[in-house]
Design a binder for this molecule. Structure first.
Ligand code: AMP
Ligand code: ZN
Length: 464
């Protein structure tokens, strides 16, 4: 597989550090509100990368953090007069719900910054010992100039950055040795969450969090580091500087960055009134449609979100689901044979799908191949096709859709309210001594994966 590597600016053949294994770190959201539709793009894109690597047989260690200590969280907590943990915990839960609805799988580990503070302090200590960091009045800064590779990811020249930053020097940042130095640890301000450290009470800088969490859950060297393109500078550049200075080894082998999502060709922003959370979009479209829409473009291209384009994705997805349904409904007359010509054709579509995905995760082309495959099966699979071949056609479509995280079984979602209504009906049947009906309902629920428990306080249920 080839991956466009922001570090080399070329499509590089992907070779993992350890054969058969891949460690991926994706910068996650800052949890002070519901995730917005822009945040959904890296989640969907890199979840698809993970699925594809697993499809190819790799064991993937997928780590994506939640930034749960940050100015925005503290501000929101102060506005609502609650602890900032209340805000971050609430929006982590909500983010997880949105992710599940977009069929984004849970990461192997979702570390939270606030739970990794001791390791952050350790890394700052190492950086100070090695001469890469210094403390002034409770703030620890990274000595950017000392890291000779600074700028290698963003292709920025340190001297250009310095002249661009001159303004900062006169605006009160004079405790820094150099205007380019960035914060590793900041001292506590009144009303802010803080932790004890050798430099006094305080909290970590944002860049440090990712360097530490990726090291802990993946290792000093990670295979793929990913996030949105806005993170290239300064966030990822600073992560490289901290990690490589502290660990004395290369930080990430491949850097992948998704392009930005715009709304009606404008930058999404609250002031323009075109800012949407995933939750708001979910009122208008099933989030499966949003996933399909996000994958309809190459991940590095800018993507424009408009109702026309989402509508087109809705229709596209419906075409696939209808074809799958049709295949399910065909009852083959030939129950034993196989159609080797059709089988070969099906395999050829799989090969083309893989070629698209191997080319820097070209999901747009991969979706085109699925559409062609659908067209082919619509024309060529009939009641005369042997059952084995119909099954293979179905399995092929389902397999490719699963790589993209597109759910093909159109099971009616079983809502809590439906379950409770059935339980109520069962109770009434029991009261009326209609035990046959009561058992029937229990079995029906059990088939749907709902387990009932008769307790003294009434009937309790859970999903299996
Ligand atoms: P944040 O919570 O702002 O740190 O963002 C979390 C992730 O979402 C990062 O990888 C960002 O690059 C990404 N992101 C934020 N806004 C957009 C957008 N409009 N389009 C695509 N990705 C975005
Ligand atoms: Zn990060």
């Amino acid at each position: 597989m080839k991956i466009f590597n922001t570090l080399t600016r070329t499509k590089d053949e992907f070779v993992p550090i350890n054969e058969g294994k891949v460690g991926i770190y994706v910068c996650g959201p800052t949890v002070y509100d519901y995730i917005h539709i822009g945040n959904a793009r890296p989640m969907i894109v890199f979840d698809t990368l993970r699925r594809y690597l697993e499809y190819k047989g790799y064991e993937v260690n997928y780590v994506s953090n939640f930034t749960d200590v940050d100015d925005k969280i503290i501000k929101r907590a102060n506005e609502q007069n609650v602890d900032s943990k209340v805000i971050s915990e609430r929006y982590i839960e909500e983010a997880k719900k949105d992710m599940a609805a977009m069929n984004v799988r849970e990461a192997t580990t979702h570390p939270k910054a606030t739970e990794e503070i001791p390791d952050m302090i350790e890394m700052v200590k190492v950086l100070i010992e090695k001469g890469y960091a210094y403390e002034v009045n409770g703030t620890v800064y990274f000595r950017t100039r000392k890291f000779s590779d600074y700028g290698k990811l963003s292709k920025k020249n340190i001297d250009d950055l310095r002249s661009g930053n001159r303004d900062l020097l006169v605006s009160g940042e004079n405790e820094k040795e150099d205007s380019l130095d960035f914060v590793l640890w900041k001292p506590k301000k009144e009303g802010e969450p803080s932790w004890d450290s050798p430099w006094g009470e305080g909290r970590p800088g944002w860049h440090l969090e990712c360097s530490v969490m990726s090291k802990k859950y993946i290792g000093d060297v990670i295979d793929i580091h990913a996030g949105g393109e806005d993170l290239i500078f300064p966030h990822h550049e600073n992560e490289i500087a901290q990690s490589e200075a502290a660990n004395g080894t290369e930080f990430a082998r491949y850097w992948m960055h998704n392009g930005f999502l715009k709304i009606n060709n404008e930058k999404m922003s609250k002031s323009l009134g075109n800012f949407f959370t995933v939750r708001e979009i979910a009122d208008k479209y099933p989030l499966q449609v949003i996933r399909f829409f996000m994958l309809s473009a190459h991940y590095r291209s800018p993507l424009n979100f408009s109702s026309d384009l989402v509508e087109a994705s809705k229709n596209g997805l419906a075409r696939i689901l209808t074809a799958v349904e049709k295949l399910h409904s065909i009852t083959a007359t030939d129950l034993i044979g196989e159609d080797m010509t059709v089988n070969k054709e099906l395999e050829a579509y799989v090969t083309r799908f893989e070629a698209a995905m191997d080319d820097d995760l070209n999901t747009a082309d991969a979706i085109s191949v699925i559409f062609e495959l659908i067209k082919y099966t619509n024309i060529n699979i009939t009641a005369e096709t042997p059952k084995k071949t119909i099954d293979m056609a179905l399995a092929t479509i389902e397999k490719l859709c699963d790589v993209l995280g597109i759910i093909t079984e159109q099971e009616e979602e079983l809502l809590d309210s439906d379950i409770e209504a059935l339980i109520q009906e069962r109770q009434e049947a029991r009261k009326a001594k209609n035990f046959a009906r009561a058992d029937e309902i229990r079995n029906m629920l059990s088939d749907m994966g709902i387990i009932l428990e008769d307790t003294r306080e009434g009937v309790k249920w859970k999903r299996a």
